[in-house]
Design a protein around this ligand. Structure first.
Ligand SMILES: [Zn+2]
Length: 108
């Protein structure tokens, strides 16, 4: 992600910023937060992420994470932050267009 910011000359991000949910990147001046969510842990449906063993455990864990993510997003929005959530898989080169669309608010 940092490589992408550099490539696009995006500046003004902070890595650690005291906010609910511990966003991966915060743009204090633009009031934008960026989360990069792991597809496995956060339950993205981009690929088969359910391991055959302990499927119930992993499903419960992902359900929990998804709910938690949602609460964090809603809390930040209420506090006037713009929340961008990026899936890990969207950092791949072939998904660049989708990524650019998502982060357009911080490119300007
Ligand atoms: Zn994914």
């Amino acid at each position: 992600m940092i490589d992408i910011f550099k490539e696009l000359h995006i500046k003004g991000w902070r890595r650690t910023y005291p906010l609910v949910g511990k966003p991966d990147f915060v743009f204090p001046k633009k009031r934008v937060v960026v989360f990069v969510d792991g597809c496995f842990w956060h339950g993205h449906d981009c690929r088969n992420v359910t391991p055959s063993a302990n499927a119930d455990f992993w499903n419960a864990k992902r359900d929990y994470n998804r709910k938690h993510d949602q609460i964090v997003t809603e809390t930040l929005i209420k506090k006037n932050w713009t929340v961008i959530r990026i899936w890990e898989c969207e950092l791949k080169k072939k998904n660049r267009e989708k990524l650019l669309e998502k982060i357009s608010v911080i490119i300007k």
